[in-house]
Design a protein around this ligand. Structure first.
Ligand SMILES: [Zn+2]
Ligand SMILES: [Zn+2]
Length: 120
């Protein structure tokens, strides 16, 4: 039995090692953050979502503040308008770490905030 429950979506207990992710959302000059521990199936599920919707950040690649503010298209739903920068570092069990970046509109930011339990 893992020491901590999987907290993606509804919390549940699981066996084996936990995968982890750290998420940050820069919104209106402040940053919301979270750390989520997940079972392997949930880690795979959320990673598929990141792979489909987010930009995979190469090792050593810098995402510049100017790029964030210049973006007016949401990476998730393709709505045009102001966006916030979402960063995710993922640590899947038995695999290499990876980092993702996306510009998200206010609506998608709210969805991400709830799903990844982001808080100030
Ligand atoms: Zn789970
Ligand atoms: Zn959106």
């Amino acid at each position: 039995m893992g020491m901590f429950p999987c907290t993606l979506d509804r919390p549940h207990r699981f066996q084996g090692k936990a995968s982890a992710l750290y998420a940050n959302l820069a919104v209106n000059g402040s940053t919301l953050g979270s750390k989520v521990r997940m079972c392997r199936p949930h880690a795979e599920e959320v990673r598929e979502w990141f792979e489909a919707k987010m930009h995979l950040v190469a090792v050593g690649e810098q995402v510049l503040e100017e790029d964030i503010q210049a973006s007016i298209t949401c990476s998730l739903c393709e709505a045009h308008g102001p966006t916030s920068g979402l960063f995710v570092n993922m640590y899947p069990v038995g695999e290499e770490d990876r980092a993702y970046y996306a510009d998200v509109c206010a609506t998608c930011a709210r969805v991400v905030e709830l799903r990844l339990h982001l808080s100030p």
